[in-house]
Design a protein around this ligand. Structure first.
Ligand SMILES: Cc1cc2nc3c(=O)[nH]c(=O)nc-3n(C[C@H](O)[C@H](O)[C@H](O)COP(=O)(O)OP(=O)(O)OC[C@H]3O[C@@H](n4cnc5c(N)ncnc54)[C@H](O)[C@@H]3O)c2cc1C
Length: 411
């Protein structure tokens, strides 16, 4: 990919959602010279992989929001897609404006509570300020409860306890094992050991039962967090890291017969929405049986764009092969654990992988300023980078997104 194509004037690809999948698709369309419009309700891409660090470390949030218009100029449109007219082949925005397409890529991702997710139609500056406000609340608080011990919750608790070892941090989780269910039991056990070593109090197999009555993300004295097992924890700050849901509002009406139980779109091996030749779904909103991850969304984007190009040039369509689990959990700056495929990756390797990845990306950045150079990685390097990529050496990943967007990160 990269050389410009000769394209029929009726071709116009609309990408709905500028998350990891959507920007990867738009960048490829741009580099191929395929006419496109990227639509997102926000004015900036959110590198949400760094959202938890941004909640604890002042100044980090500004590296996690990257303006769309600086990269995509007039090809970016800010707005919320409310529906799709499949007859007219248009998406319909909140203000009833219609944007018509020859091909549509749905990349609306998933939504969940702040701070892990940020899907609000506010300016980049306001978004950054919300994270800076949370940093201040964390600084003020003495007793913090994190609700939800999935990957986001365990990282949140570890981030806080790493920077503020003196604060009391309690993690409430409805199951016995922590982090993602797809992870090896040994990885999940290490997550638990790291948290205990850092001094996080664990309330496992209990569900917080009065969250709706509590003010989240703001310091309030003597809040009582209750659980379904009758435990009460007193806290002055409560942060919720549960409840990630597929963001289906853009298509749930028009494509209601194509929805999986969780609201994702059923797709075939080419990532076309079932029964459709010109509508693709990628990333978290595609019903692909694999862990929902940023780098999978980027791989989906590659396949969807390739298939649009192949369909225009009468070539066979490419098939997407679901990826295997590669996830390294960053448990504060200097700790972590994870797995690459079915192999356990311990702390030392995670830390080494992070440093290695950081240097590699740094030189890549220096040598190849431009968009999406990642195409040029090959073989083992690419494989390891995929590992370290997820390595959530969060700084590394923010650099990767700035690099993809062809912009320089603020210092
Ligand atoms: C705290 C946290 C940490 C994570 N860490 C990692 C990690 O280290 N590595 C990894 O691989 N994955 C990680 N993930 C998972 C990863 O973030 C998701 O898999 C990824 O964001 C999915 O990308 P996406 O493009 O499908 O959707 P999203 O990133 O969710 O983006 C969707 C976009 O669509 C827009 N949108 C939605 N609906 C509409 C609409 N109707 N109209 C207009 N715009 C719309 C939203 O504004 C948003 O910008 C993490 C997730 C969380 C919550």
């Amino acid at each position: 990919m990269g050389s410009k194509l000769s394209i029929d004037e009726n071709v116009h690809v609309v990408v709905v959602g500028g998350g990891f999948g959507g920007i990867a698709a738009a960048i490829q369309l741009k580099s191929l010279g395929v006419p496109y419009t990227l639509i997102d309700m926000k004015d900036a891409f959110h590198h949400n992989v760094g959202a938890l660090r941004a909640s604890v470390q002042s100044g980090f949030a500004k590296t996690t929001f990257i303006s769309y218009s600086a990269t995509f100029n007039g090809n970016f449109k800010q707005g919320k897609v409310m529906d799709i007219d499949t007859q007219k082949q248009c998406v319909i925005l909140e203000d009833r404006e219609e944007v018509c397409f020859s091909h549509l890529i749905l990349a609306t991702g998933s939504d969940g509570p702040f701070p892990g997710k940020f899907n609000k139609s506010v300016t980049k500056e306001s978004a950054i300020q919300m994270y800076e406000n949370l940093v201040q609340e964390v600084q003020k608080a003495e007793r913090i409860v994190v609700v939800g011990g999935g990957s986001a919750g365990v990282e949140m608790a570890a981030e806080i306890k790493s920077d503020y070892p003196q604060k009391e941090v309690t993690l409430i989780h409805s199951k016995v094992a922590l982090a993602d269910v797809e992870l090896l039991p040994s990885v999940r056990q290490t997550v638990k050991e790291i948290l205990l070593r850092k001094g996080v109090k664990l309330l496992l197999s209990q569900r917080a039962s009065n969250l709706t009555q509590l003010k989240l993300n703001e310091v309030q004295q003597e809040m009582s967090v209750e659980t379904d097992k009758g435990t009460t924890v007193t806290a002055d700050l409560v942060i919720c890291c549960t409840g990630i849901k597929v963001n289906s509002s853009a298509y749930s009406n028009a494509l209601k017969l194509k929805l999986a139980d969780n609201g994702a779109l059923r797709v075939n091996e080419h990532l076309q929405v079932e029964g459709s030749e010109n509508i693709y779904a990628i990333g978290d909103c595609a019903d692909v049986k694999e862990p929902k991850m940023a780098y999978h969304a980027e791989l989906h984007a590659k396949v969807a764009v390739k298939n649009i190009v192949n369909s225009l040039t009468q070539k066979p369509l490419a098939a997407y092969e679901p990826g295997r689990l590669t996830m390294l959990l960053s448990m504060g700056r200097n700790d972590g654990v994870g797995q690459i495929s079915n192999c356990y990756v311990g702390r030392i390797l995670v830390v080494m992988a992070k440093s290695r990845g950081l240097l590699v990306w740094k030189s890549w950045w220096t040598k190849h300023k431009g968009v999406n150079g990642s195409e040029r990685w090959g073989g083992a390097d690419k494989w390891l980078l995929r590992g370290t990529d997820m390595a959530k050496s969060k700084n590394l990943l923010t650099w990767k997104s700035w690099k993809m967007m062809g912009q320089y990160a603020p210092s």
